[in-house]
Design a protein around this ligand. Structure first.
Ligand code: ATR
Length: 295
């Protein structure tokens, strides 16, 4: 890596930020294309977010990624927010356009692109089951609705969050039937029987977290066995790359889609927004796997 008087920075702001894979992914791409750019993580606490954004302008960074827990609050401090990010209610990518900070959300598009690339799945007219109703769910749910599925069933440990999200999106996306279902094995098993796509957007299955532990029942996994043979199973968790959910799906012969693909794809869209160049996606995926300690 060569750093000189013309080197420009791209930042990632988060709290915590220690485990981010994005520097490995982006720096590999910058280097590969010979761009005089460096991607650097910064630990930014909520109280310092506004000042950190100001430094993008002051120090002439070309942009930034915004991650947990700032994705929603950051919107207030930007000069403009792309209509899609406004709709989702969260920004994960900022572009510095001559001192004006513009917010984008590449999570949903990254999810959908990688889903299509990895599994060939087409959302239109299909039935989707989503687990989780947090920030990641919002972006993925929105992107899926844009692709016009026949129905989406959302299930969350805290039912109110799922109900609120379902109500909000039902007003905007009238072509899709949107329902909620209790986060319990029985009702989920019933929904699974006619599902075409199952997406886990919760942190369940992540290293260090409990497995799919449904309330009142310890370590009860999602009823993968109820899904049809043609179903696709998608998990946004990438530590481990093959979660218990994906392992079970694969052992039943179902197509799977892992969280690293989404991470790489949302990053590749950010790369293209910052540089105006086509992202070397395969190279970025290899760099991400290497950073995870995989080959
Ligand atoms: P993110 O931005 O990653 O989506 P989030 O907004 O904190 O993060 O959302 C986390 C999601 O994982 C939520 O759907 C959360 O369920 P609750 O709304 O009930 O909190 C879900 N989640 C996290 N830990 C969980 C657990 N142990 N069991 C079930 N769901 C869990």
């Amino acid at each position: 890596m060569k750093i000189d008087g013309r080197t420009r920075l791209v930042a990632i702001f988060g709290d915590p930020i220690d485990h981010t894979l994005s520097p490995a992914i982006q720096n590999a791409a910058f280097e590969h294309l010979g761009l005089n750019l460096v991607y650097v993580p910064f630990h930014v606490r909520p109280a310092d977010l506004k000042a950190a954004l100001g430094s993008i302008r002051t120090l002439g960074f070309i942009g930034a990624n915004i991650t947990i827990p700032h994705k929603e609050r950051v919107m207030r401090s930007l000069d403009d927010v792309h209509v899609h990010a406004k709709d989702v209610g969260a920004v994960n990518t900022v572009v510095n356009k001559k001192g004006r900070l513009i917010g984008y959300n590449t999570d949903g598009a990254g999810y959908l692109l990688s889903l299509r690339e990895e599994t060939g799945f087409s959302v239109r007219g299909k039935k989707v089951v989503i687990l989780g109703a947090g920030g990641a769910s919002r972006a993925i749910f929105h992107a899926l609705l844009d692709a016009r599925p026949a129905s989406v069933v959302i299930s969350n440990r805290t039912p109110k969050r799922a109900a609120d999200l379902a109500r909000e999106f039902a007003k905007r996306f009238k072509n899709t039937v949107i329902r909620t279902v209790p986060f319990k094995k029985g009702p989920l098993s019933e929904e699974a029987q006619s599902a075409d796509l199952l997406v886990n957007t919760t942190s369940l299955g992540m290293t260090g977290q409990a497995r799919l532990d449904f309330p009142g029942q310890a370590r009860l996994d999602f009823p993968v066995e109820s899904l049809p043979k043609s179903a696709v199973v998608s998990d946004i968790v990438y530590r481990p790359l093959e979660t218990v959910l994906l392992k079970k799906a694969r052992s039943r012969g179902l197509k799977t889609h892992d969280g690293l693909s989404m991470l790489v794809r949302q990053g590749s869209i950010g790369f293209e927004l910052w540089t105006g160049k086509k992202a070397p996606v395969e190279l970025m995926r290899k760099a991400a796997k290497k950073a995870l300690g995989l080959r």
